[in-house]
Each structure stands twice: as C-alpha cells, then as structure tokens.
Ligand binder design. Structure first.
Ligand code: GDP
Ligand code: MG
Length: 372
C-alpha cells in the first residue's frame, strides 16, 4: 500500500467535511420546497452546521521529557521550513505545555506566553485563556525563520527563584533532589506556565491543534492539563525512546495519564518508539539492526500490555533530515511515513465517525440521505 503523508490525508478529510456541509446546506431548502420543513428541523440543521464548521482536531503529544516529542512535531508538521522551528535540543526541552494552532479570529501569527506566577491566582487556565492582558504577546514574522525560531525559544526558558518562591508556586518537589542533604538555595523553574502558538500552517488553519507537553513533572503540577486538556484531545501520541527503553516514569505516564482514559471513550492512540537511529550501526549487519529494533518494539509493547504492531519504531530526527534533504531512502528507513499514514487513518476515521454521529442525531430522520 502506498504511504500517504498525514498532510494529504487531512486535506482529503477536509474535502469530505466540506461536501457534508454543502449537502446539509442544500438539504434545508430541499425540505422547504417539499413542504417538510419545520422550525425544529431548521434549528437542528443549524446546530449541525455550526458543529461541523467549528470542528477541531487535537492531537496531544505526551511522554517523559527528552523522548523527542518536539522533534517529532517538527518532523511531521514543520519540515517544509527546512529547519527545526520549535526548539528541540539536548538538555533543554519544552518547559510548558504548548498549543500550536491557528487563531482564525485574530488571523495572525503569534506566540503568547502565560507567566508562571499566574499559578498563584485563583483562576483556571480556561478562564485565563480569554484574559489576553495576562499573556505576553510576541508577533511571529512568518517570512523570517530566524525571528520565529528566536521567539519560539521562549517556550524553553527557565528562571531561577529562591526555594521559598518555588515552594510558594507549588513547584518544589523534594523527590527531585534525592542526593542532596540540604535543599538547594535556588531552584530553576519554567518561566512560562502555558504557551499558545498561532501559526498559519495550512493544516492548523483547517482546525488541527497540536498539544506539546513537557513531561511527567508538568502533568503533576498542572492538573488542568490532565483533567481537561488531555481528555479533550481526539488522539494521543505516546513517545518512548529507543535509547532509554521503557523507564519507570514512562510507565507512570502510561498508567495514570493514558490507559485510564482509553477505556472511557474511543479515541486515537499511537505509541511511538523514537530514536531507533541510535540502534543503527555501520558495523552491524542490516539483519541484526532489524532484529534489535523488533526486539525493542516487542519488549516495549509487552511492558505496556499492547500488541507489538501497535508500536511504531521511528527516528524523528532522521525523518526530519530526510524530508529537508529530500532523501526518500532515509525517509523510508526512519519509519516516519508509516506513522503518518496510520495517524491519518486512525485519527481521521474517529473524527469522521464523530461527525456522522452528530449529523445523524441532529439532522435526524434520514441521516443516510445526507451523508451518502
Ligand atoms: N538520535 C536521535 N535523537 C533524537 C531523535 N528525536 C529527538 N532526538 C533528540 O532528543 C533530544 C530531545 O528531543 P526533544 O524533541 O526536545 O524532546 P521532548 O522533550 O520530548 O520534546 C534532542 O536533543 C533531540 O535532538 C531521534 O529520532 N534520534
Ligand atoms: Mg519538547
């Protein structure tokens, strides 16, 4: 089967949705002409149309820090820019949950950052989201990769505060400093609590939202992320590293933040074994490398209690490089397109099903008529 990039599948899905909207728009006058229109019918049709038009798709990237979530987001979505748009480097990873989407209302590119001190307020993130005064706003100049990279680096910024301040903000955890007899005087904490990136990428403009998360720590300190934002996502992408294997903190995220939600309702879940390039070795036979990757894929799957084929071995780094340099052999070897292909099918099928359910329950009597 030919592998289709996620972008192309999303475009096909958008076309399908547009067709459904057109059909429903034609349905209302048709009912009228045939004397079957009623106020109730019209209202339901309007409700369906507004649901369809505001339809969003959120994919949450969830994993312990440094598994390559940000690199993978760059590889899937931003390879066209020829560089890492979002900062992904060793040691300094995304510090705050970051939503990447397109703001149609303002129709502009920006990064907006919520200061960490807002944790002291008695307001929820949902409330703060609409209170633009509390956010620091930087416009993004989409024609300048340098300007954008510089502005986007804010999401990895930290600041040094006293132990008391860190405690006051609820950001000091003694377990993180197990080898020190005395607690440290100064603590490094994230500068920002949340970041919103509005970016005019064609998929984001079509209603896709990506949620990039920092790691287990943030899941503990920001309950809204766990309670509201992750459950609202239509798909979760869980990332493991081939260099580390399945660690205790990977297991904790899996057990507490992913598995629990899975049973409650249908949504997409993908498990990725990233950094398989760390197993590529010029001195080893091709077969040996293949076996080593399969071995890790099997053992990771076993630990998570899922089927081996549900784990996608990939190299985000090599996939990104292959896209930038246009090297099909390397892209194939990176496994990135297998993941994108699945992402497109699985997530979009679920979305399609949700839309079909909305249409059939709202527009009612003859849903098959509408969506055929
Ligand atoms: N070798 C290798 N390194 C990777 C790969 N993906 C990410 N990395 C590196 O792993 C580090 C952490 O990546 P990042 O995307 O920031 O991880 P995050 O904290 O999960 O967002 C960075 O130094 C990346 O360059 C990969 O596929 N292969
Ligand atoms: Mg990151």
């Amino acid at each position: 089967m030919e592998k289709v990039r996620f972008q192309e599948q999303l475009l096909a899905y958008e076309q399908w949705k547009k067709d459904v909207i057109n059909t429903i728009e034609e349905y209302a006058p048709w009912l009228e002409e045939n004397g079957m229109s009623s106020q109730d019918n019209q209202q339901r049709i309007e409700h369906t149309l507004s649901t369809l038009k505001s339809d969003k798709l959120t994919i949450a990237f969830l994993a312990e820090f440094s598994r390559g979530k940000t690199e993978l987001i760059n590889a899937i979505f931003f390879a066209d820019y020829g560089r890492c748009l979002l900062p992904s480097d060793a040691g300094r990873t995304t510090m705050c949950p970051t939503e990447i989407f397109y703001d149609d209302e303002r129709d502009e590119a920006y990064v907006r950052l919520l200061p960490i001190e807002t944790r002291l307020q008695d307001t929820t993130l949902t409330q703060l989201r609409h209170d633009t005064k509390q956010w620091v706003h930087y416009p993004l100049e989409v024609d300048s990769v340098e300007q954008m990279q510089a502005a986007l680096r804010e999401v990895i910024e930290t600041k040094s505060v006293t132990l008391d301040e860190a405690k006051h903000l609820g950001l000091y955890n003694q377990d993180l400093h197990p080898h020190q007899s005395q607690p440290p005087e100064m603590i490094e904490i994230p500068k920002w609590r949340h970041a919103l990136i509005s970016f005019p990428h064609h998929m984001l403009q079509k209603g896709l939202t990506i949620l990039d998360t920092p790691g287990l720590n943030a899941l503990g300190t920001e309950p809204e992320l766990t309670l509201n934002m992750l459950p609202a996502a239509q798909a979760v992408l869980f990332v493991l590293g081939a260099d580390t294997g399945v660690t205790r903190s990977d297991m904790e995220i899996w057990q507490h933040h992913i598995k629990g939600f899975q049973s409650s309702r249908q949504r997409g879940l993908m498990v990725v074994l990233n950094k398989i390039d760390t197993l590529w070795d010029d001195l080893r036979e091709h077969e040996d490398i293949h076996d080593a990757i399969r071995g890790q894929q099997r053992s990771s799957a076993k630990m998570l209690g899922i089927e081996s084929k549900a784990v996608f071995p990939i190299s985000a780094q090599k996939g990104l490089l292959a896209k930038i340099r246009n090297e099909p052999a390397l892209l194939d070897k990176s496994g990135l397109l297998d993941l994108e292909n699945y992402l497109g099918q699985d997530v979009l099928n679920i979305k399609q099903q949700i839309i079909l359910d909305t249409v059939s329950s709202d527009v009612g009597q003859q849903p098959q008529h509408v969506v055929r």
